[in-house]
Structures are given as structure tokens and as C-alpha cells.
Write a protein that binds this ligand. Structure first.
Ligand SMILES: Cc1ncc(COP(=O)(O)O)c(C=O)c1O
Length: 419
């Protein structure tokens, strides 16, 4: 019989196989210093474009003060136990009420982590007779949530309403046989490429098909919509979203998440969300910190204005210089280049070492082979000077990519990989 670990010794997986070339630099890099537009990487200052601190709250003095005071008042343990048993407090409830009001829903419920909460919400919303229809490019937490589902599921082509409609027709026929209902899941903003989910058109389909709509708005919350309530507000269809999800890990610069919906639905989820029923409650420091952040989202519109000033400067600057930034409709700013993985590594090294620009690099298998995606997240802490030096650096690396410099520099890596 084979040892369970044999496969691990043989194959490290699609990303793990790059570890010896990539770890500590391209993956698991250590960014040091306070979270801001400029941090340190290997002792050198870099302009940081890889942190989802959209509104610049992570290191805002008022936020830091409240976080520190809450830490001093409550420690990191309080409250102990799951919400249902002994981990419930007045402040948890206050935060839920304020979040619900902010996203214009009747009620909200806190989740310890977005990822786990999404899984669990999907799990709680469907039973085996129900059918899930979801975007094929959905975030891992949606895919993993669907994996828990015992019934049928269909994917539709990424952000393709026609494909969704075809799948809704199939799902409707199937639901008529099983006696179940249909759950459609989309993201508010797709975090890799930055397109908004086509929420408006999806909600429109409710006139023709009977389904409930669940939206993961991790990147839209706090960044889109007149009040920052996210992609649903931006597209004027918050009402048509039956269950709304956002994490605190992005615009709120913290840890935790929430779902919001009609009161009756939240009341049900409260008693059926396994990730919350069987896990310790969100700690008080995070609850108090989230109340402060939410207050700032409501009362300091300049944070979002600063963010969008940088987004506009970066995205229009890239476009003017002929870069392909795809079809982003959000702050997420992808730059697509053509090249191999070793070339991408040489390019990113050049960007970091010689131009002081730190952004995330995404390659196959996350995107198609032969493409390099440099993914940038502008924030309210960036300056127009940061944008200028970045645009100049991008011009320089594009020239070197096109004239074969990175191919030559990466020859040794390529040879080692091909062995
Ligand atoms: C679209 C999306 N959903 C869910 C999550 C998970 O949220 P959390 O980090 O709170 O687990 C993320 C990443 O943070 C995300 O990008």
C-alpha cells in the first residue's frame, strides 16, 4: 500500500512546484514597516501596490488609537465561546445593526472570516433539492461553498448574462423535477481583473426566472456606490440582492466579515451557519475596531474621493501609455503583458530592485499560459508622485520585456525548470 504522503513528495501542486524559485520573493514576501503606500521589502523602500487597504484605514491614527484602546480594554480573548452559547454582546449587535443600515438591508450577521463565512452561508442557504448557478471565475470561497452542496450546480461563463440565462433555463427545468429552488451567486467585483459583476442584468432576470441572488462584494464594499455600500448601490440594484456579503479584510482594513439580508433570512442563518455556531465569536477588539471604521466610511467621504483620485490617475495613465488594463470597472488595476513565467519573475525582480515598485504577479494556472498579470491595488494613501514613478517604471519594464532582456536574464531559471 502507498504511503499517503507519497504524492506530496512527488508533486508539490501547481503553485507549490515554484517554491524553490519563488518563496520569500514572489510568494510569501515579507513586507515590513507600517501599512501604507511605501513599505520596506528586503530593507529597501518600495511603492506598495499589493495591499487591499483601499481607504487607507489600516494605519490611520484614529483607527490605530481605537484598536489599541479596545485591545487594552478587552484583551484578545473576549468574548469567549460561540455567539449562540456565551460569545454574544451588545456591541456585536450594534455593529450588525449599523452594517445592515449601511448596506440598506433589514438585518446583518457577523462572520469571523469572509472565506469561511461564505462557505457556510452557501451551505446554509441550499438543501439537496436546490440548484446553484454561479460564475465560473468565482472566488475560491464560492467554489468551495458550492463543493459542500449535495445537489446540482451549474457554472455560467464569466460575467456572461446570456450563458447565465441558458443555465437558468436548465436549472428551472431541473428544479421543477426536484421541487427545489435556485441560488445564483456572483461577485460584486471580480478581484483579479476588476470587472463588476453584471448585477443589474442578473437582477433583471428575476422578472423571467425564479431565483435568489447572493453577492460576494469583498472589493466593492467601501469603494463603490455613492455611499460606499458597494457594487449593488453603484448599479442601483441593492434591493434585488437577496443576500449581500462583504469582508472587513479590504476597505475596512481588519479581520471579520458580514452577511446582510431580510430579517427573516438573517434570523434563519443565525441558527444555521455552521462556521459561526461551532466557532468562537468575533473578538471584541475587532468589533470595536469595525464600528470605528464603519463610522469613518459614513462620515469621511474624502477617503473614497482620495482613493478614486489615485485609481483614475493610475488607470488613465496606464491606458494613455498603451498598457492593456483589460475591462476593470473598479479600483482593482490589472496590467496584462505577454511572457513566460521565468520572464515574469525577471520582470518583477527588476521592478522591485531597480524601480522600487512592489505589485503582485499572477501567472498560469491562475490566468492563461503566456500571460503575465501585474495586479495593482490603489489606495487612499498613495500619492500622484507614486503614480508617476510607477508609470515611468512600467514604461521601462515593457521595453525590456519586448527587447528580450528578461528572456536572457531568465535563461538560467528556464533551464533549471526544464530539467
Ligand atoms: C471575493 C472575496 N471573497 C471572500 C474573501 C475572503 O475574505 P476573508 O479574507 O475575510 O476571509 C476574499 C478575500 O479576502 C475575496 O477576495
Amino acid at each position: 500500500m502507498r504511503d499517503l504522503f507519497d504524492k506530496i513528495y512527488r508533486d508539490k501542486g501547481p503553485l507549490g512546484k515554484w517554491a524553490s524559485h519563488a518563496e520569500g520573493y514572489f510568494v510569501f514576501p515579507k513586507l515590513e514597516g507600517e501599512i501604507s503606500n511605501r513599505m520596506k521589502f528586503r530593507g529597501k523602500e518600495v511603492v506598495t501596490w499589493s495591499i487591499n487597504d483601499y481607504l487607507g484605514l489600516a494605519n490611520h491614527p484614529e483607527v490605530r488609537k481605537v484598536d489599541a484602546e479596545a485591545g487594552a480594554a478587552y484583551g484578545s480573548a473576549y468574548p469567549m465561546g460561540a455567539r449562540m452559547m456565551s460569545g454574544h454582546t451588545e456591541l456585536h449587535e450594534t455593529l450588525q445593526n449599523e452594517l445592515a443600515a449601511f448596506v440598506d438591508k433589514e438585518a446583518a450577521y457577523l462572520l469571523n472570516f469572509g472565506y469561511q463565512g461564505m462557505l457556510s452561508t452557501i451551505d446554509a442557504l441550499v438543501s439537496k433539492d436546490d440548484i446553484i448557478v454561479y460564475d465560473v471565475d468565482a472566488h475560491a470561497c464560492i467554489i468551495d461553498g458550492v463543493r459542500l452542496h449535495m445537489g446540482k450546480r451549474f457554472t455560467y461563463k464569466h460575467n456572461d448574462v446570456e450563458s447565465l440565462e441558458k443555465n437558468l433555463e436548465r436549472a428551472t427545468k431541473m428544479a421543477e423535477q426536484t421541487g427545489g429552488g435556485i441560488l445564483v451567486i456572483s461577485e460584486g467585483v471580480f478581484g483579479m481583473r476588476g470587472e463588476q459583476g453584471r448585477l443589474k442584468e442578473i437582477v433583471e432576470l428575476k422578472k423571467k426566472y425564479n431565483f435568489r441572488f447572493f453577492v460576494d462584494d469583498a472589493h466593492g464594499f467601501g469603494t463603490l456606490g455613492a455611499n460606499g455600500a458597494g457594487a449593488g448601490e453603484e448599479q442601483g440594484v441593492q434591493d434585488g440582492i437577496d443576500v449581500y456579503f462583504a469582508t472587513f479584510a479590504k476597505a475596512m482594513a481588519s479581520t471579520g466579515a458580514f452577511i446582510a439580508a431580510d430579517k427573516e433570512i438573517i434570523d434563519y442563518l443565525k441558527y444555521n451557519l455552521r462556521s459561526q455556531m461551532f466557532a468562537k465569536s468575533l473578538q471584541m477588539q475587532l468589533v470595536v475596531g469595525a464600528l470605528k471604521r464603519l463610522d469613518m466610511l459614513r462620515t469621511m467621504p474624502e477617503l473614497k474621493q482620495n482613493l478614486w483620485k489615485i485609481v483614475d490617475a493610475l488607470q488613465s495613465g496606464l491606458k494613455e501609455r498603451g498598457f492593456d488594463i483589460g475591462t476593470t470597472q473598479s479600483c482593482v488595476t490589472p496590467v496584462y503583458l505577454k511572457g513566460s513565467i521565468p520572464e515574469a519573475m525577471a520582470l518583477v525582480k527588476d521592478l522591485r530592485e531597480n524601480y522600487g515598485i512592489f505589485c503582485s504577479i499572477v501567472v498560469y494556472p491562475v490566468i492563461p499560459k503566456g500571460l503575465i498579470l501585474l495586479r495593482m491595488i490603489p489606495t487612499a494613501t498613495h500619492t500622484l508622485e507614486d503614480v508617476r514613478v510607477t508609470l515611468d517604471a512600467f514604461d521601462a519594464i515593457r521595453t525590456r520585456l519586448e527587447n528580450g532582456t528578461y528572456k536572457r536574464l531568465s535563461a538560467a531559471v528556464t533551464a533549471a525548470m526544464e530539467k
